[in-house]
Design a protein around this ligand. Structure first.
Ligand SMILES: NC(=O)c1ccc[n+]([C@@H]2O[C@H](COP(=O)([O-])OP(=O)(O)OC[C@H]3O[C@@H](n4cnc5c(N)ncnc54)[C@H](OP(=O)(O)O)[C@@H]3O)[C@@H](O)[C@H]2O)c1
Length: 285
């Protein structure tokens, strides 16, 4: 069957960092698509794409968007999974591609509160046997570095907890490309393997790459755990801040790997952090 003959694919969170690239790539591949957001604003979506208002926590809002869709890309929202499953079943959706987290399959992340929430979402979807659910599992998104943008723009410096912790951040475009492969039938379980960037790089190294991209030297200050907790608590709930610190402790202990999953699925290397920094240079200027 030609891709244009497939039932439409619904991209939820189609303005999200990953979701926007899922939508863009499916359109480029000629796959029929529709998009949704909780509050879609006119003019924020590509021309010609049918747009729905849909909230994962509100099953009634899902039915119009799900009706007639063959596949759905969605985010791992902790609340409302049963309602999502029911709506997908009622609408006859064949496959859900769930943006989950690599921490679910990464041994030293077990017990971390963020890991456990993703594990619970995956388990709730897996308990339903009618709709095929394919999790996509990035370990560390390169977009986490956008959290430094305000400091870098304002002061030319950034304060980091565990600046020498090594991770292999993945470009959101690669996560989206793997999600598209899953939506259009890439084989499991490879497509649900641990997704990372091509190589490990320290947080300090990421800051240096951003500095090269913007043509400016950026200073790094080291934060104690207590100071980091205070800072993170401004943006995250307490349990989330503690979970992020624990991920960084684990990475600093050498436990955050680089995998070849992206290359195995896409047949080309994953995009490196230098290229990510160039793509996002304007966010740091
Ligand atoms: N940070 C990491 O290192 C990391 C690692 C592994 C996995 N992850 C996963 O990746 C996710 C972040 O992805 P991202 O960077 O693409 O996020 P993002 O840019 O913040 O976008 C999140 C999207 O989720 C949608 N959304 C949120 N609540 C919703 C709801 N109730 N109903 C429908 N849609 C809802 C939003 O849609 P609206 O347009 O309606 O607001 C938004 O488009 C995390 O939440 C986590 O699950 C992150």
């Amino acid at each position: 069957m030609a891709r244009s003959d497939l039932k439409p694919t619904l991209v939820m969170g189609a303005r999200g960092s990953v979701g926007r690239f899922v939508l863009q790539r499916l359109l480029a591949e000629g796959v029929p698509v529709r998009a949704s957001a909780r509050r879609p604003e006119p003019g924020r979506f590509p021309d010609g794409v049918e747009v729905f208002a849909a909230d994962l926590t509100d099953p009634a809002s899902l039915l119009p968007a799900f009706e007639g869709a063959g596949q759905v890309f969605l985010y791992a929202n902790h609340e409302g999974v049963n309602g999502v499953v029911e709506a997908a079943r009622a609408a006859g959706v064949g496959r859900i591609v769930l943006l989950s987290s690599g921490s679910v399959v990464h041994p030293t992340s077990a017990g971390n509160a963020i890991t456990e929430r993703h594990r619970q979402v995956e388990a709730a979807f897996a308990a339903n046997s009618d709709v095929r659910v394919v999790p996509i599992r990035p370990l560390v998104l390169a977009t986490n570095a956008l959290g430094w943008a305000h400091q870098i723009r304002a002061a030319g410096s950034v304060a980091l907890y565990r600046p020498d912790a090594l991770t292999a951040p993945i470009h959101e475009r690669d996560v989206a490309a793997v999600a598209c492969a899953a939506l259009t039938g890439a084989p499991e379980p490879v497509v649900s393997g641990l997704l990372t960037g091509p190589a490990r790089i320290s947080q300090r190294g990421q800051v240096a790459a951003i500095g090269r991209a913007v043509g400016r030297r950026i200073r790094v200050k080291e934060l104690s755990r207590e100071a980091a907790m205070r800072r993170f608590s401004r943006f995250f709930r307490g349990w989330e801040a503690e979970a992020v610190l624990r991920f960084l402790d684990d990475a600093a202990a050498g436990n955050s790997p680089a995998t070849s999953t992206v290359a195995e699925i896409l047949g080309r290397p994953a995009i490196g952090f230098d290229a990510w920094a160039l793509d996002h240079a304007d966010d740091f200027r």
